[in-house]
Design a protein around this ligand. Structure first.
Ligand code: FA5
Length: 360
């Protein structure tokens, strides 16, 4: 630019603005908007920067004001063009290039659903939550002390053989009580709970357990249990019976009856096995209940004073002269099999979508 009179300035700025308008009109995509912004307003190499730098520098002092005014007007105009281009969205050509055929069939998304074991487990837990029980958890890799010793299975006690245990190798130098194993039942969490809080306790503990059991139609080496523990003053066997009778009716329907048979667990005294009237034949006798009309479902009993004595080492309030309690433990797979009429436990773990899809 050589002349800086009003007419020359008008002409020069009009030319640049015309160019900016032309380019803005051709913008057809988001990328082009950004390219336009950089080309015109970019801090280092933008055209406007170039104009202000070169032209202002060359202008004589008396023309600088007029040039500055025009420059500002040009900048506002370019910014306006950019805003319009941003709002305008893609051109018809860009839209046509991206068009999708909405008549094509969509991609079917499978809906996730709870596994039947998770579903049953949550259902059991919510029955007890309704009775004011809280929910606890404990580790699956457990010590010999929590899994057995404090549950009143001393080392070498024959009752240990009823729970064929998977132990972690290479721990022979550790004292037996510290040796690690895969917990065989959820009962160790009874002790972990009592050690953490004084009575009263009302808790259910769902979780996975492991036993070296050969797999057959009703046994799996990995299965789930829900443990229950209630400790307070004056808890009696009647409370245990009432609670489990209520829970079985809530799970299987109000016409279900319960009965309690003497049994043995080292950590409860007295102990009982709970049977419910057969939900398939209503108690008349069928193949499922081996014509007896009853199905055995869970183990329970009054907490043995020996267990409270272990708890009292950390929480002296577990004094069996002042408090009492009951505990129970149920196998979740067995309950799910009953509820859904499943005859092979292995189906829960085979990952066959045809089976699992029925629970979606
Ligand atoms: C126990 O595990 C006790 N801890 C239960 C208990 C808790 C009794 C508190 C008293 C007080 P048991 O070994 O019977 O007991 O197992 C409980 C339930 O787990 C059984 O009724 C059965 O439903 C289930 N169960 C046991 N072994 C297997 C297995 N291999 N596969 C599937 N379910 C099993």
């Amino acid at each position: 630019m050589t002349a800086f009179d009003e007419a020359a300035l008008d002409q020069a700025f009009a030319q640049v603005e015309g160019q900016a308008r032309e380019e803005a009109a051709a913008i057809a995509s988001d990328e082009a908007v950004e390219a336009y912004r950089l080309r015109w307003l970019g801090r280092k190499q933008g055209r406007l920067n170039d104009v202000s730098g070169r032209w202002l520098k060359a202008a004589p002092p008396e023309a600088k004001k007029a040039l500055g005014l025009r420059f500002n007007a040009l900048k506002t105009a370019v910014e306006g063009l950019l805003d319009t281009a941003k709002g305008a969205g893609p051109s018809d050509a860009a839209l046509a290039a991206e068009a999708i055929d909405i008549s094509l069939p969509g991609t079917r998304r499978l809906t996730g659903a709870e596994h039947p074991i998770t579903k049953t487990l949550n259902e059991i837990v919510s029955v007890f939550a309704g009775l004011g029980y809280s929910v606890g958890v404990g580790p699956e890799v457990e010590t010999d002390y929590y899994n057995f010793e404090c549950m009143n299975f001393p080392p070498g006690h024959p009752a240990r053989d009823t729970q064929d245990t998977l132990v972690i190798a290479g721990q022979d130098r550790k004292p037996q009580r510290d040796r690690l194993l895969l917990r065989t039942h959820t009962s160790p969490v009874q002790m972990r709970t009592m050690e953490m809080q004084p009575p009263p306790v009302r808790i259910v503990i769902p979780g996975k357990v492991h036993r070296n059991d050969a797999a057959d139609a009703t046994h799996s080496p990995i299965f789930h249990q829900v443990e229950g523990l209630c400790v307070d003053t004056n808890i009696t066997f009647s409370d245990l019976k009432g609670t489990l009778d209520y829970a079985m009716k809530a799970l299987f329907g109000s016409s279900v009856k319960t009965r309690f048979f003497p049994s043995f667990f080292p950590f409860t005294e007295p102990s009982a096995d709970v049977q419910i009237s057969c939900i398939f034949c209503g108690g008349k006798g069928c193949r499922k209940c081996k014509q007896s009309g009853w199905i055995e479902l869970l183990g329970c009993g009054m907490v043995d004073p020996a267990v409270f004595a272990f708890a009292a080492e950390k929480q002296p309030a577990y004094d069996s002269k002042k408090i009492s309690g009951f505990a129970f433990g149920l196998g979740v797979e067995r309950i799910a099999m009953m509820k859904y009429g499943i005859s092979e436990i292995g189906q829960f773990f085979a990952g066959d979508m045809r089976f699992l899809g029925q629970f979606a």
